[in-house]
Design a protein around this ligand. Sequence first.
Ligand SMILES: [Zn+2]
Ligand SMILES: [Zn+2]
Length: 283
Amino acid sequence: MTLPADSHVHSEFSWDTGGPDSPARGTMEATCARAVRIGLPALFFTEHLDLETAWFTDPEDFGDHERHLVAADGIVSVPRFDADGYFEAIERCRAAFPFLRIGTGLEVGQPHLRLEAAANELDLTRFDRILGSLHTLEFEGRRVEPSTLYRRLPAEEVVRRYLAEIPDLVAGDEPFEIVTHLDYALRCWPEEEEGPFDPRSLEQELRGAMAVIAHSGRALEMNTRRLWPWMPQWWAEEGGRTISLGSDAHTPAALAHGFPEAVAMVEAFGFRAGRDPRELWRR
Ligand SMILES: [Zn+2]
Ligand SMILES: [Zn+2]
C-alpha cells in the first residue's frame, strides 16, 4: 500500500507548536526525517494563519507551552506567521530530503472573516495547499474556542453552533480547497458528563454541513486524530466527491497517525487515490 500525502502538518512555523525552546516543538526537519522513516511519500506543511487579531479562551484550554499567549482577561494574541523563514526552511528540507515530496500550505482559521485582508499582506498563490478551518465561534460579541464554550452552553448546543457556521465558512470564494476537521468541536466533547458523542443525535446538522461544503466544490479532510466511519459515509451520501487525509501533527511522532486504518476506511466508501500521492482522493 502506498500511503497518501499527509495534507495537514505543522512545524515550528505554527504558533501552537510552542516556539524554539519548547519541548512540544515539532521542527520541519525532524518531521521530514520521520516521513522518510515511516515510508510516507509526501506531506504538506500547512502552518496556522489565524486571522483574528484576538479571541477569547479560558486559560486551561491552552497547553503549558502556549499559555503565555493568553492575557489575564483571556484574550489570545498570536505571533505573525514568518513567511520568509518558512519558505527558506522548505527549500532547506527539499534539498536535504530529495525523495520526499514536500508541499507548502496554510491552515487558515476563519477564512470567511479575514482571508481577504490576509491576501493583501501575503501572496497566497505561493502555497500549494490551503486549508480552511473553523477554530472559534461567535459568542457574546467575541470569538471563542469551542472548548471554552462547553463551560457556558449545553454540550450539544456547542456542536450545533459549530455546524451552523459552516455555511458562512464556505459561502464565499476564498481560495481554500479543503475544509478541515469538521469534528473540531468534538475533540473536547465533555465525555465524563455527557457520555460518548452520539453522531445520530446531530445527524441532520452534520449532513447539512457536509452538503454545503460539497456544494461549494471543496474537499473534506478526514482528520486522522480520530476516525469516524460516518464521516466518509455521510460525506459521500451528501454529494462529497473529494477528500484529503490529514493527521494535524504538531510533532514528528504524530505524522500520518492512523493512516493505514484511514485508507481502509475511506476505500470502503469508494474513495480512491490519484496517480500522485499529493492528489486529493476521489470517488
Ligand atoms: Zn485546526
Ligand atoms: Zn492544524
